[in-house]
Design a protein around this ligand. Structure first.
Ligand code: IPD
Ligand code: CA
Ligand code: CA
Length: 265
């Protein structure tokens, strides 16, 4: 864990807190859909845009040579080698409906390797942080994944794309998974699902289609808490899988048997 990575985490935390406070304030004033994106259920609110603008501005004011990639804006190339990966609200549909499961996700990467990450969930009142090689924390307390269990006893989170065609495939794979595990959860935030694996409130997470901004910070939190997180690149979509290290082989094989990998490759 380098001193610079700790500084990146401190900045990530500062901007995520500011972004989270802004999004909370905007929620109290009333949330409405500002636009739709890939499909009519893929929404963006004014708060998504305002939060990303704030995070980008704060980060680049502090570190003008860095790059930034975020869900709601352009890919800004920097010259320092550090890239910020931002999802201003992960769980926008929950945010729209007044459900608490949403988070501001801010990560810093060197090249493709995430080195610091923050997942801040204002409505849940929790903040997850991690620096590569420095462990993972929830509100400052160290995190550890759950003891590995047989897959048949595992509680697994998943998520669905905004595309109806992709959803139909995902539904078939999830139906197979459901018959093989303790139960399945769909909570609506990839970042928080990964933090759930980190803190032991889930035994695994699998989803076809998340983007880098969805999983960058949460994956580091999970890895630093003792999980394996694998992103399998497909021609169109990536498959993201996470499970405690000791349960990884069984979990990865199960997901493959259920047809998740077929869907993304
Ligand atoms: C979504 C959430 C959801 C996942 C979707 C993501 P958004 O992000 O993480 O849990 O299933 O794949 O797109 O749109 O709320 O930022
Ligand atoms: Ca997201
Ligand atoms: Ca988002």
């Amino acid at each position: 864990m380098s001193h610079e990575d700790e500084q990146l985490l401190a900045l990530a935390l500062e901007v995520a807190r500011e972004g989270g406070a802004l999004v909370e304030r905007m929620r109290r004033e009333g949330v409405s859909v500002a636009d739709t994106k890939s499909s009519q259920v893929d929404i963006v609110t004014a708060a998504d845009r305002a939060c990303e603008d704030l995070v980008r501005a704060r980060v680049l004011a502090a570190r003008p040579d860095d790059g930034v990639v975020g869900e709601e804006g352009d890919d800004v190339r920097g010259s320092s080698g550090v890239r910020w990966v931002v999802d201003p609200i992960d769980g926008t549909v929950n945010y729209l409906y007044g459900l608490p499961h949403w988070a501001v996700s801010v990560a810093a990467a060197r090249g493709d390797e995430v080195v610091a990450g923050v997942v801040l969930a204002p409505a849940l009142g929790v903040t997850y942080t991690a620096v590569r090689g420095g462990g993972a924390f929830r509100d400052g307390s160290p995190l550890q994944v759950r003891e590995p269990v047989e897959v048949a006893q595992s509680l697994v989170a998943t998520g669905f794309s905004y595309s109806p065609e992709v959803r139909a495939r995902q539904g078939r794979a999830v139906a197979r998974l459901l018959a093989r595990v303790r139960d399945v959860r769909r909570m609506g935030s990839c970042a928080l699902d990964l933090c759930g694996v980190a803190e032991g409130s889930l035994d695994g997470y699998v989803e076809e289609g998340p983007h880098w901004w969805d999983h960058a910070a949460g994956a580091l939190v999970a890895q630093e808490a003792g999980a394996v997180v694998e992103v399998t690149r497909g021609p169109a979509l990536d498959l993201v899988r996470a499970a405690p290290r000791g349960a990884w082989d069984q979990f990865a094989a199960l997901v493959e048997e259920c047809g998740f990998l077929e869907a993304s490759t």
